[in-house]
Structures are given as C-alpha cells and as structure tokens.
Design a protein around this ligand. Structure first.
Ligand code: ADP
Ligand code: ASP
Ligand code: MG
Length: 425
C-alpha cells in the first residue's frame, strides 16, 4: 500500500461535526495500510469572513499582511483535525505550508509554488503519524514571508505534495460527488463524469468550474498525478482526472465529445475608450496591466470609427483586480493616450468545453443557437481548440448554462445531482 494525499475542502470541515466525520475517513485510509498526508482548507466560509474583516479595516491592505491573516483560517482547521484524529487513537501532526516545505515566489495573494521540500512530512510519516498540512499557503523563497496561493489554492497544495512525495493518487474531497457536466448548483440535471482528461479539465477549471483549481490541474498534468475528485459525505466513486482513460469493467471509458459547460461570474470588464488606432497602443495598455501583476482573460478591440481614428479596447479580469487595473491605467493615461475608462462588474462568462470540438464543426453554431433561443445577448467571444466562451450579462448566466447544457444533450434522465454542503460562496 502506498502513500495517498487527501484534500478536504472548507465545506467538508465546516464545523466540529464535519471535522470529526473527516477524521474518521482519514483513519480508515490509514487502517487500510496507506501512509496518509492530508491537506485541509479553512472551515466553511472562514476565508471570506477574514477578507470581509480586512476590508473593514483597510480598503487595500498590504499583500504581506493580508496573506498572514488568511493563512490563519487553515491553521485553525489543521490543528483541530489533528486533535480529532488523536482522539480516535491515532497519531497525527499538523504543519503549516512553510513547515511542510511549500516554497513559493513572492507574489502575495497568488503566489506560485516553485519547490516542495517535504522533509518534515516524510519524517512524520516514517514515525507512523498521519501528516496534516494547511492548504493554500507557503513561504517565499527570497524574503521568507508567508504567502497564499490564490482562492481555492488548497487543491494546488495537495497536488504539489502528491508530486513531491510520489503519491499513488491525490484525492480531492468536496461537497459534490465529482466533476459534473455543469455546476450542480445551477443545473440539477448535470451528470457526473467518470473520467476526464487533464486537457478538458484544465479548460473547465480555467473557465470557472471551481471544483478543481486551474493551477492544480496544470501541476497534476505536468507531474502526471492522477486526481480522484469525490464527496467527503458519501462513499461513492467520484471522477478520475488523468492522462489515460480509466477501465470500467473490461472497457475503457470513452472520451466525451463535449465534457461540459462552465460558468464564471467572478470577472469584470474594463473598456478603454478612445484609444488612437496606431501601433503600440495595445502594447502600452497591457504593459501597464502586466506591470501591476494583473492577469487578464479575454481581449477585444473594436473597429475604429473612420471619422475620429479612435477605437475601444475591452478586456476581462478578476473583479478582485478591478481597482488595481483602473489605477494602473489612470497612472499611465498620458503615455497611453485614451479618453476614458469604463468598468462593468455585472458580467458573466459561459464556456463549452470538449476535445470533440476539433472535429465537429457544428458545435459552434449549435452553441450560439442555444444562447439565441434562450434570448441571451453575447458581448464578447473567445475560443481555443477545445473551448468556446462568451461574455453575457451576469443575470443571464444560469439560464444560459441550462440552455446550452440541454442543447448538447447533457441533461441526465435519472437522478438529480446532489450537493451535500457548502454555501456556494
Ligand atoms: P471545496 O470547499 O471542497 O474546495 P469548492 O466550493 O471549491 O469546494 O468546489 C466545489 C463546488 O464547485 C461545488 O459545490 C459546485 O457548486 C462547484 N462546481 C462548479 N462547477 C462544477 C462542476 N462542473 N462539477 C462539480 N462541481 C462544480
Ligand atoms: N481557504 C481558501 C479559500 O477559501 C483556500 C481553499 O479553500 O482552497 O480560497
Ligand atoms: Mg475549492
């Protein structure tokens, strides 16, 4: 029996009962002969509550202090979980990200893992302990400051530890039975996927399916770590995310033409109005944005009006970066030369993902027809080889997701998808 890494999300450890339930599950894995490393998130909505608290104290808190604050959430759950396991008669030790050897760059609030040196975890395991690691955090290589990995970052901690410890599997325990063809909170008839390739999962995650974080899937693909996404509330088999299809019975699970529909309402749209239509303008805008360490998603440039020679450039970015982006552009207004800025945070994005898109030319047309039949207006479009995304009004998103899901025949005709916990925040 090898080593397993199990990650429990916030909704799985939302209260004392949840922590005790999860502790039992962890002990079972240990009793089955595995070495067990557990990555745990903050309890319930603790991280959101800490963010709300920080905002009351300061509208733009310094990254270093903000990270220090947020990592407190995972410290609470790791210590409580270790206590609950000891109470069941098993040895457990908890470790912060820094103690577990999670080394990152120094970009606060969204640091990247650059190395994992899990010496203390190995020792703890060799001494017969279950090792509990606080997710979502690390320590910066240069300044030795505490960092966080961005929202949902415990998924990445889990896969990074699984890779560094050469684990058999990384199990991600959450509040739904696996990865579904759409968010079960929005589409009751969403179907559980038995197996999905890293490529399709990467696109779903990048498009907002927060059941797995994009960076975590990227990491798993790079190190070829199979992920098993499943519920901590049921004993059901979940979704395998891996490079090769799994076997079921004596058959390989087929790659679906369409894997699913993702949506995202966490982005906003910035429009730079009245930009001179000449070389170098887009470069100047996006240099200012990238110097502020802001990642953007979609970009559209409108046709310039012949009479003025001016054009508009719109792009989308996380709402949490909105203020920073506007400040950065205003600061560089003279150099870039635009008329004004517009900020719209009432947008949503809907994406259809599937490797089969490459070879089925009708997919794009059917996608737009489904949106049009649902009366949804499209504001921006972007595509990749295996994904098509549109931006719409935020209010239209749920309706649009359901319409596209039905149009592609993804609705389940049997059970409704179960959501066991969580507030969906
Ligand atoms: P955790 O606290 O365990 O990390 P998250 O809230 O981050 O849980 O992720 C689980 C949630 O992801 C589910 O409750 C569900 O609402 C949402 N979700 C979005 N898209 C999907 C999808 N395609 N399949 C399953 N869950 C999804
Ligand atoms: N607690 C962090 C968050 O809510 C990290 C995580 O749950 O993965 O984003
Ligand atoms: Mg999560």
């Amino acid at each position: 029996m090898g080593l397993v890494v199990q990650k429990y999300g916030g909704s799985s450890v939302a209260d004392a009962e949840g922590i005790k339930r999860v502790a039992k599950r962890i002990v079972e894995a240990k009793q089955n002969g595995h070495q067990v490393v557990v990555v745990v998130s903050a309890m319930g909505d603790t991280t959101d509550e800490l963010i709300d608290l920080a905002e009351k104290v300061s509208p733009m808190p310094a990254g270093r202090e903000f990270d220090m604050l947020l990592t407190a959430g995972e410290r609470i759950s790791m210590a409580l979980l270790a206590m609950a396991i000891k109470n069941l008669g098993h040895e457990a030790q908890s470790f912060t990200g820094s103690q577990a050897g999670v080394i990152t760059d120094s970009v606060h609030n969204k640091a990247r893992i650059i190395d994992v040196t899990p010496g203390r975890i190995r020792t703890a395991l060799d001494e017969g302990n279950i090792a509990i690691v606080a997710g979502f955090q690390g320590v910066s290589q240069d300044k030795k400051d505490i960092t966080t990995l961005g929202r949902g970052g415990s998924d990445t901690t889990a896969v990074a530890l699984a890779a560094a410890l050469d684990a058999e599997v990384c199990e991600i325990y959450t509040d739904v039975d696996g990865v579904f063809t759409a968010d079960p909170r929005v589409v009751k008839k969403a179907k559980k996927i038995d197996w999905i390739s890293f490529e399709d999962m990467l696109e779903l995650a990048a498009s907002g399916s927060k059941v797995l974080l994009h960076r975590c899937v990227e990491y798993a693909r790079r190190y070829n770590i199979p992920i098993h996404v499943r519920s901590s509330f049921s004993g059901l088999r979940g979704t395998w995310v891996s490079s090769e299809p799994i076997e079921q019975g004596d058959q390989k699970v087929e790659q679906a033409i369409i894997s699913g529909v993702a949506h995202d309402t966490s982005e906003a749209k910035v429009t730079v109005v009245g930009v001179p239509d000449k070389p170098g303008e887009a470069a100047a805008i996006f240099r200012a944005i990238s110097d502020a360490e802001i990642n953007i998603d979609m970009i559209v440039q409108n046709v310039s009006a012949a009479s003025t020679g001016l054009t508009d450039i719109s792009f989308t970015l996380p709402k949490t970066e909105g203020r920073k982006a506007i400040d950065a552009l205003e600061r560089n207004k003279g150099g870039i030369g635009f008329e004004s800025l517009r900020y719209d945070d009432q947008i949503g994005k809907i994406s259809l993902v599937g490797a089969g898109m490459k070879t089925n030319p009708g997919v794009t047309a059917s996608f737009f027809e489904a949106l049009s039949d649902a009366g949804v207006n499209i504001e921006l479009i972007s595509t990749s080889e295996i994904r098509i995304s549109v931006v719409t009004r935020a209010d239209d998103v749920s309706e649009a997701v359901r319409a596209v899901h039905s149009a592609f025949g993804l609705d389940s005709d049997s059970d409704e998808a179960v959501v066991y916990g969580g507030t969906g925040r």
